[in-house]
Design a protein around this ligand. Structure first.
Ligand code: GLC
Length: 475
């Protein structure tokens, strides 16, 4: 093993691992994927989050998480194992009606679970879903139903099986999801208002409001529903179908994000010189952002010719932190303009050590420290600065980086990040995340044999070998 490790270190210093060694690493990743398959009544229906080991960080890692299954699904689809993806889509659909309710406080129908498990009972195997009631933050995930819709679209495109989405149950579920996301609330902006901890970041991290990750996923959902959902004949004059509402919301959301979330040097200068407290419809500083709220780090850190979508916006609030997943999804699914997409990827190139470092990719930059960490995370010891969700490096984010880089014509960066990832992951036993500013340490409380760390590598390799696979993503 030591000999292999030193060989890998030697080759990674040369920036390229030989194909033979890559094949061995991919083989190990596939072994993890295979062992992770969850069966129900003899049928494969998903993959668990991490392989059982005596030191699993949390009991629910034995469950199938909706978001974690996405890279597994894409690997299965590209390998022609479509049955498992179909079973997964059907299973999650049935689980959405099984949420436990608290009197007077029912979870809205259409919300899908964060995860589910198969449990043995006297009556046989049963499926048990978790809508956040057993998770750390006790928050229902908002991203699950969005990933489900996106995956349904990819499944349909890749298999040509249009029947599944057109079935009555799927049509009514799609409508339920749209109603839930589009219904009138107290909101005045086209962005979706959600609680903290309802995304991949499922602990308190100060992302309540309008986090970018949700807006990017929401945009993708709006974009694909007209491929999946049939228009219903309107019953009354003047009545609009939910599908029409979805289409107009899609363009409103797109404009809003492209304008208000965008940050580059030109925009930073604008904000720096903003006039505040403006009234009326013609005000420039619509959200009343105070220039004093620009954090010191951003001015020196943001290079010329680069940019990114900020983490969150709201009244007098701009969360300047860079959230990787929201940005990469915005590039992959066309929420960001072509120029913005190029600038985002260039930012990763220019700030390589900060955002890729020793393990792609940094989940959030920068980490919150001191008082800010205390107040925003509730002094969460797992989310200490530069660890886990507060600035850790996550291999699961490799595939969105590779996809986004390929989409913007930066295959060179995609390949470079892939080489960094495979130089360590297999030898570190596929950790869930890495710690420290540049991701040099294995996460203090990271699981080993984390399934989406492995599938992310397999999928990235597939995308690099055949960028045509990108065509399956919502465009
Ligand atoms: C952690 C992550 C979440 C992931 C889960 C299972 O809770 O924050 O994004 O889905 O682990 O891997």
């Amino acid at each position: 093993m030591c000999k292999i490790v030193s060989l890998v270190l030697y080759f990674s210093a040369l920036h390229s691992i030989p194909e033979m060694m890559t094949k061995t690493i991919l083989k190990t990743a596939y072994q993890i994927l295979e062992k992770s398959i969850l069966y129900h009544k003899g049928e494969p229906i998903g993959t668990v989050a991490a392989l059982s080991s005596p030191d699993l960080a949390a009991a629910n890692y034995e469950e199938c998480f909706i978001r974690d299954f996405v890279p597994s699904a894409l690997v299965f689809l590209s390998d022609g194992r479509t049955d498992i993806v179909r079973n997964f889509l059907k299973t999650v659909l049935t689980l959405r009606t099984r949420e436990r309710t608290v009197a007077g406080h029912e979870i809205q129908p259409g919300v899908m679970p964060a995860s589910f498990r198969v449990t043995e009972t006297d009556e046989g195997e049963i499926l048990q879903a978790d809508f956040g009631e057993k998770a750390i933050g006790r928050v229902a995930p908002v991203d699950s139903m969005m990933w489900w819709v996106i995956l349904l679209y990819i499944y349909t495109e890749s298999t040509g099986d249009k029947e599944l989405a057109k079935s009555e149950e799927f049509q009514s579920t799609l409508r339920q999801i749209l109603h839930l996301c589009l219904k009138d609330s107290f909101e005045v902006s086209p962005a979706l208002l959600v609680p903290d901890a309802c995304t991949m970041i499922d602990r308190r991290m100060g992302i309540y409001g309008h986090p970018l990750e949700i807006q990017s996923l929401f945009y993708a959902v709006l974009r694909v529903t007209h491929h999946l959902l049939d228009k219903q004949p309107t019953r009354r004059q003047g009545e609009t179908d939910i599908l029409d509402t979805a289409i107009s919301r899609q363009s409103a959301l797109q404009n809003y994000v492209r304008i208000f979330y965008w940050l580059d040097m030109e925009r930073l200068n604008e904000i720096h010189r903003y006039t505040t407290e403006q009234f009326g419809t013609d005000s420039v500083n619509v959200l009343n952002i105070y220039p004093e709220s620009i954090p010191n780090w951003v001015t020196d850190w943001l290079p010329d010719q680069c940019g990114y979508l900020v983490g969150n916006i709201g009244p007098s609030r701009m969360d300047f932190r860079l959230f990787t997943l929201g940005n990469l999804i915005a590039v992959m699914f066309g929420l960001a303009t072509d120029v913005q997409s190029e600038k985002i990827i260039r930012l990763y190139e220019s700030r390589w050590d900060d955002l890729i470092g020793s393990m792609p990719v940094k989940i959030i930059y920068p980490a919150m420290e001191g008082l800010e960490w205390q107040v925003r995370t509730g002094s969460d010891p797992k989310n200490v600065p530069w660890s886990y969700q507060n600035g850790g490096n996550w291999p699961a984010l490799l595939w969105p980086f590779v996809a986004a880089a390929l989409k913007t014509g930066r295959g060179d960066l995609a390949e470079r990040a892939f080489q960094v990832a495979i130089s360590r992951l297999s030898f570190d036993n596929w950790p869930e995340y890495y710690d420290s500013k540049t991701g040099r340490l294995i996460g203090r409380r990271a699981n080993m044999q984390q399934v989406w760390s492995a599938t992310s590598v397999i999928l990235s390799h597939k995308l690099l070998e055949d960028p045509e696979l990108l065509k399956l993503l919502p465009k």
